[in-house]
Design a protein around this ligand. Structure first.
Ligand code: EPZ
Length: 437
């Protein structure tokens, strides 16, 4: 268990560059298994989900090598057995279904883990792969996929635009026999990024980033490899912007694609922040002595709507704003587990299933709270930037799944915020007299 110690009340200033997007890097690592030649991913952050992906790659026989910020992925012979601990460590393990099925003909995968945002079925991944000819056996805890001969191109309509399922089917289609048309596909920027990588390796893909994707399969491995710089992380960029909205100050987020977080920047503008966006950077300012306006009624949705991952960040911004606000998350049933931590800091909040009601006008104070998931944990850190006194966000590892060192990023902008090693559970059990602060 780690904790992040935050002392509120500091105004932020400076420039910051977001790392490469976790949600691009994870499928790209899996997609490298489809390439006959070596691949290199540039500028990959040291996230725990990346470490788990590298461990998974090694467990199936691949040999990824980290060289500073880059990861080299030489071609290798792989097997389709995914160890339960690695499948359960992250949702991103689902990205290995298609590549391992293509590569080894059989995949045995315990069900993927990840943030507990509510039920996260994989039925669309499986329905699409089944339509391409995979035989599927499911139990309560695992799934086994087999193919005889190459996967077949299909015309397949996703019942909803799942990001993960679109990526699974894109990877499968790239190596299938014949043409695939994916309809109702997710359009998030990370889909087009993965398609760009696959194209460098020789895939024929049109329409990635739109609801209809057409793929001409290579009937086996992609002939090439390639060097790829993944997209900048739009959710990390939104996190830094939200930090200024909460704490006040002025920062510039560089080397990012402001268009990828347009709904979030619009929301911050409406709340009273000054936002100036160019093609590859944006600056944001907020006078700490002037309260923001609440009264927001936000609803998350698939791209290009308000991103679900930014909903808890928006909530952190609205806690002190003047007026009541409401956020509805259309994607996940338990997006607002962070509400308990907000309330402990003095916020007037009520979470019920997919909805969060925020009373607004809170005077936040320091508290010791627990990160319930990745973005909820980040939102608690942001809220603490505005709290009186020194508080802590206890974290069993959620936040490092998506941010290499969020406190260090915020500290570089002037926040008083750091990771503090805390006593392990074992130490606490054997020495109950020791008080954790
Ligand atoms: C990806 O999750 C991201 N994770 C999530 O980021 C992100 O919140 C989400 O997309 C939405 O943008 C990764 O890329 C690793 P979905 P994913 O499939 O692929 C339902 C973060 O904090 N669904 O688009 O799991 C599902 O239950 C994380 O970085 C099915 O019903 O999201 C959900 O309600 C958290 N059946 C909705 O679709 C399926 O087979 C959207 O899920 C698949 C999904």
């Amino acid at each position: 268990m780690e904790r992040i110690r935050i002392t509120g009340g500091r105004v932020l200033a400076g420039n910051i560059r977001p790392a490469a997007a976790k949600n691009s890097v994870l499928p790209l690592l899996a997609a490298s298994l489809l390439c006959a030649k070596p691949c290199v991913l540039r500028g990959v952050p040291r996230l725990s989900d990346v470490d788990a992906s590298l461990a998974l790659l090694r467990a199936v026989g691949a040999n990824p090598v980290r060289r500073g910020p880059d990861i080299l992925l030489p071609p290798a012979t792989v097997c389709g057995q995914v160890p339960p601990a690695l499948a359960g460590a992250m949702r991103g393990s689902v990205f290995y279904l298609a590549p391992l099925l293509v590569r080894s003909g059989t995949v045995e995968m315990p069900l993927p883990g990840g943030c507990r945002l509510g039920p996260r079925p994989i039925d669309i991944h499986l329905a699409g792969l089944s339509a391409m000819g995979a035989q599927i056996t499911e139990s309560d805890t695992a799934v086994i996929l087999r193919r005889e001969g190459p996967l077949q191109g299909v015309d397949f309509t996703l019942r909803l635009p799942s990001v993960g399922a679109t990526l699974t089917l894109l990877m499968a289609a790239a190596c299938a026999r014949g043409e695939t048309v994916l309809r109702g596909a997710a359009c998030e920027p990370e889909i087009a990024d993965t398609a760009a990588f696959l194209r460098k390796a020789g895939a024929c893909i049109e329409g990635a980033g739109t609801p209809v994707i057409r793929v001409r399969g290579t009937e086996g491995l992609l002939p090439g490899g390639g060097v790829h710089l993944p997209l900048p992380d739009r959710i990390a960029a939104a996190t830094y912007a939200a930090a200024v909205a909460v704490a006040g100050g002025r920062i510039t987020v560089t080397h990012c694609r402001p268009g990828h977080l347009a709904p979030f920047l619009r929301f911050l503008r409406t709340a009273g922040c000054e936002v100036a966006a160019g093609p590859e950077s944006f600056s944001i300012a907020r006078d700490p002595d002037t309260p923001l306006w609440g009264g927001a009624d936000l609803r998350t949705g698939a791209w290009p709507d308000f991103a679900t991952d930014t909903a808890p960040l928006a909530a952190a911004v609205l806690l002190q704003a003047k007026g009541e606000s409401h956020i509805h998350d259309a994607l996940f049933q338990n997006r607002f587990a962070c509400a308990e931590g907000f309330a402990a800091m003095g916020a007037d909040v009520r979470a019920e299933g997919r909805d969060l009601w925020i009373g607004g006008g809170a005077e936040l104070h320091a508290a010791r709270v627990t990160a319930p998931d990745l973005r909820g944990g980040a939102a608690l850190v942001l809220a603490a930037l505005a709290g009186r006194g020194t508080g802590s966000v206890m974290d069993s590892g959620h936040i490092r799944r998506g941010y290499e060192d969020l406190p260090a990023d915020l500290a570089a902008l002037g926040a008083r915020c750091t990771y503090v090693k805390t006593l392990s559970d074992a130490t606490i059990k054997t020495a109950p007299a020791v008080q954790m602060r």
